[in-house]
Design a protein around this ligand. Structure first.
Ligand code: F6P
Length: 336
């Protein structure tokens, strides 16, 4: 084990997520522990195109486990989507003598990794890539958990708990838009955790009368005088929803969009632990000679999956939590 791999690259790509630094740290320390040199590629795949790299040793990843963001910076590279861009990246891989790359990010990051590995194979070289899922959206089909989700939930909950105080005092309605362009995991977890009056997610087509108006009405009838509507970015604009509430039932809601605040902050225990395990496993997967793998949470455990197959996987949106929200909040006294 480990006799072939001498030097690996590590990068973070796509939207950042709290816990990425913890994953970088785990990759670097595990690699160094096996006598493998570790090179940080800055700014995601674009750093591989422009040869933007930094040598990482054990001390370069000290004191980062608690920090949000990513010390390696991140970017979304259009150039890397083309074979010509990837050819430049291959040049960097050859120049640096990389035997493997650990790519930390989302679906787009992994698609890039697979394309790179295939293209380099065509030129007669071998580069093993391993992906670590990290996105606050938790929307990677092959993995039941992605680094950053827990921290983002806690950040949004903290914002909403503060809002609740003032909404209660003024007997108002809040419409809060949380991130999730294509996924409602964040909205549903957060909505359930704050006892939202209504939660709108892209996975469930919105019927405004049923999902918003009727819920607010029932809450009012149950004696509530303040309301919290949580909407996932991909399910509609909070401003439009607020306007419609005003038109239909005369309430004058206040809109809050925590936005990118949800992407920052010190990672939670769950994100630090998951990132540490995934980083450790990613390096060991490379050391075992396995390439084109994604480290994924399956049935509560980590496994390494074939990257190509993993990218075709979808996970069913777990509507059971929606049922819980309905029963506990809307079926109950409605006071969140
Ligand atoms: O993928 C994570 C995410 O936060 C999405 O929920 C959001 O739509 C998107 O990133 C926004 O990304 P950016 O502002 O960096 O383009």
């Amino acid at each position: 084990m480990g006799d072939k791999i001498k030097r690996i690259g590590v990068l973070t790509s796509g939207g950042d997520a709290p816990g990425m630094n913890a994953a970088v740290r785990a990759v670097v320390r595990t690699a160094i522990g096996h006598g493998v040199e570790c090179i940080g590629i800055r700014r995601g795949w674009s750093g591989l195109i422009t040869s933007d790299f930094v040598r990482l040793d054990s001390s370069s990843v000290s004191h980062i486990i608690n920090r949000g963001g990513t010390i390696l910076y991140t970017a979304r590279s259009k150039e890397f989507m083309d074979a010509a861009g990837r050819e430049k990246a291959i040049g960097t891989c050859k120049l640096l003598g990389l035997d493997g790359i650990v790519a930390i990010g989302g679906d787009g990051t992994f698609r890039g990794a697979l394309a790179l590995s295939r293209q380099i194979a065509e030129s007669g070289h071998k580069l093993d890539v391993v992906g670590i899922p990290a996105t606050i959206d938790n929307d990677i089909g092959c993995s039941y958990y992605t680094i950053g989700f827990d921290t983002a939930c806690n950040t949004a909950i903290e914002c909403i708990d503060k809002l609740r105080d003032t909404m209660q005092s003024h007997e108002r309605c809040s419409v809060v838009e949380v991130m999730g362009r294509h996924a409602g995991y964040l909205a549903l977890y957060v909505g359930t955790a704050v006892g939202a009056t209504a939660v709108l997610i892209p996975e469930r087509p919105v019927d405004f009368e049923r999902d918003v108006v009727e819920k607010l009405r029932r809450a009012r009838l149950a004696g509530t005088t303040h309301y919290m509507v949580v909407v996932a970015e991909g399910a509609g604009s909070a401003f439009e929803i607020a306007e419609r509430i005003h038109e239909e039932i005369g309430i004058d809601p206040r809109v809050t969009v925590p936005g990118h605040i949800q992407r920052g902050g010190s990672p939670s225990a769950r994100d630090r632990e998951t990132a540490s395990r995934m980083g450790y496993m990613a390096v060991n997967t490379l050391l075992e000679g396995k390439g084109n793998r994604i480290i994924a949470v399956r049935k509560g455990h980590l496994s390494d999956l074939d990257m190509e197959e993993a990218l075709t996987m979808t996970k069913d949106f777990d509507m059971s939590l929606y049922a819980v929200l309905e029963a506990v909040t809307n079926g109950g006294a409605m006071n969140f």
